[in-house]
Design a protein around this ligand. Structure first.
Ligand code: TXE
Length: 483
């Protein structure tokens, strides 16, 4: 299998990295390399930028209707290849194939459809300045967009950037995570098959420090959309700021889930177990701090542990698996570190806390970790403040609304939160006070592609989604005509 070589896609062609170097691409479920990924560098980025620059002239003049047709064709091809893509993503990431098939890949197609049609409904503003002038706003493509994405939802998050950038008539130099390069590689084939002109979408594979840093530092790439960790986000922001780039950063989270005693207990249990452990806790929106009102604390913790202990861990390619592998050895070690730290900080491991028995012989060296529940931690400690990004949740009791709001906000992140209560007034009251870009009430991860999406504090800068994305990938120009 390691003869599969994931190459760059530049100017409509698959090409070797100029250095001819490749990295092993490890399958998380087995711990073994299953393909090779181009270990590109700044010279490949230069070649991609040259292609994107050359393509921009014509592409930026293609009618919106034609761009929409191309994006819709890509969406149809993703649907056609759903099974192939889901399997590839499951192998690449370690996530259960059912999750790829039902969530990640269909949503990638939905992203292309959403922005294909959104671009047809854009309105331009006009402002009449008394009897002096008429102003109108032109929204024009910005040029070359640099798109950098992470490993947790590789095709979904990359398409969430590619689709609006193309819809707005930009050209692209994209870099998927070196840990999960396969679906971006497959997407290039589909874009080619759909008839996307050469140079409009370029994908350079490789590591963050070599390819990602070259993209953020490239003077001809004036727009950067990045999703990843906060530490990397800071580097991207610093490099981009020096060149006055327009930057959107979607970073980490340490999201609170708040359960009141008046919640629908069954719904809150199912919702919070899902929020804690979806994709082995490797979703930036996962709830990793769970606050439960004292009156139902014992009953809730009991029910939560019961449900979490029944999640079926297994080979990601097994149809019945609900918890797959952790994306990499490094990430697994990070999770282990935090579980040890939690114990040193006074926490009690109420469930999990270790690697499970390997589910089968194929997976004996895979990166697995049990769903883990920690109780007894003080609200402010490192385990409750730092992003772990794994199947680890800390459950704590609270007494009052005021107290739980202060716990929820006592954090440097502010990406999302979910609140479980039947009291509508309280739900609105709390939603207003929580410092987070998204507040879910009696649900989690319910996404409407039109809503602004992004984080507060160290969870990011800027908003993606719907209108926000169309604004991000265009430059507003005012034309003022004197009367
Ligand atoms: O992510 P990185 P890593 C969090 C999570 C995880 C931690 C580190 O807590 O444990 O981040 O994960 C590219 N210039 N999240 O190291 O490095 C990199 O190649 C430009 C949260 O795997 O942030 C990849 O394509 N780019 C998160 C992308 O940045 C650089 C999802 C993200 O990788 C770069 C992933 C550089 N100097 C991790 N260095 C979320 N919020 O969804 C790396 N990259």
């Amino acid at each position: 299998m390691t003869e599969i070589r994931i190459r760059n896609f530049i100017n409509g062609q698959f090409v070797e990295p100029l250095s001819a170097q490749y990295l092993d691409n490890i399958e998380p479920a087995t711990g073994e390399p299953y393909s090779q990924v181009a270990d590109s560098d700044e010279h490949d980025v230069d070649a991609a930028v040259a292609a994107a620059e050359e393509a921009f002239g014509e592409w930026s003049r293609v009618a919106a209707n034609e761009r929409a047709k191309l994006l819709l064709r890509i969406a149809d091809l993703i649907d056609r290849d759903l099974e192939k893509l889901a399997r590839a993503e499951s192998i690449d990431t370690g996530k259960p194939i059912t999750l790829s098939r039902t969530l990640d890949i269909p949503r990638a197609a939905a992203n292309f459809r959403f922005f294909a049609t959104a671009i047809l409904h854009v309105q331009n503003e006009a402002h009449v300045t008394d009897n002096l002038a008429l102003n109108y706003t032109l929204r024009q493509p910005r040029g070359i967009a640099g798109l950098i994405s992470p490993w947790n939802l590789p095709l979904y998050l990359l398409s969430w950037k590619i689709a609006p950038a193309l819809a707005c008539a930009n050209t692209i130099v994209a870099k998927p995570s070196e840990l999960t390069p396969m679906t971006a590689f497959m997407l290039c084939e589909l874009a080619h098959e759909a008839g996307l002109p050469p140079g409009v979408l370029n994908v350079v594979q490789g590591t963050g420090p070599r390819v990602g840093a070259a993209i953020t530092a490239h003077p001809k790439i004036n727009t950067i959309s990045f999703t990843g960790g906060t530490v990397t986000g800071r580097k991207v922001a610093e490099a981009g700021a020096a060149l006055f780039k327009k930057i959107s950063l979607e970073l980490g989270g340490k999201n609170p889930t708040i359960v009141f005693a008046d919640a629908d207990l069954n719904a809150a249990l199912s919702g919070s177990v899902r929020a804690s452990f979806a994709n082995q806790g490797q979703v930036c929106l996962c709830g990793s701090r769970l606050y439960v009102e004292r009156a139902i604390y014992d009953e809730f913790v009991h029910g939560f542990i019961d449900k979490a202990s029944k999640l079926k861990q297994g080979d990601p390619l097994d149809e019945s698996t609900e918890q797959g592998a952790i994306v990499s050895k490094t990430q697994l070690e990070k999770i282990r570190f935090y579980v040890d730290l939690a114990q040193r900080e006074g926490g009690n491991i109420a469930l999990g806390g270790a690697a499970p028995e390997p589910p089968n012989a194929r997976c004996r060296d895979g990166f697995f970790f049990q769903p883990t529940v920690i109780t007894g931690l003080p609200p402010s400690c490192r385990t409750n403040s730092e992003e772990i990004f794994g199947p680890v949740v800390s459950i704590m009791p609270f007494e009052s609304e005021e107290e739980v709001v202060s716990y929820a906000n006592d954090c440097e992140y502010g990406l999302s939160s979910s609140i479980w209560t039947q009291n509508l007034n309280r739900a609105h009251r709390i939603a207003e006070q929580i410092h987070a870009g998204t507040v879910w009430i009696n649900c989690w991860l319910l996404r409407d592609l039109r809503v602004p999406f992004g984080g507060m504090k160290q969870s990011g800068v800027g908003r993606e989604g719907g209108e926000e994305a169309l604004r991000f990938f265009t430059e507003a120009k005012n034309v003022c005509i004197a009367k």
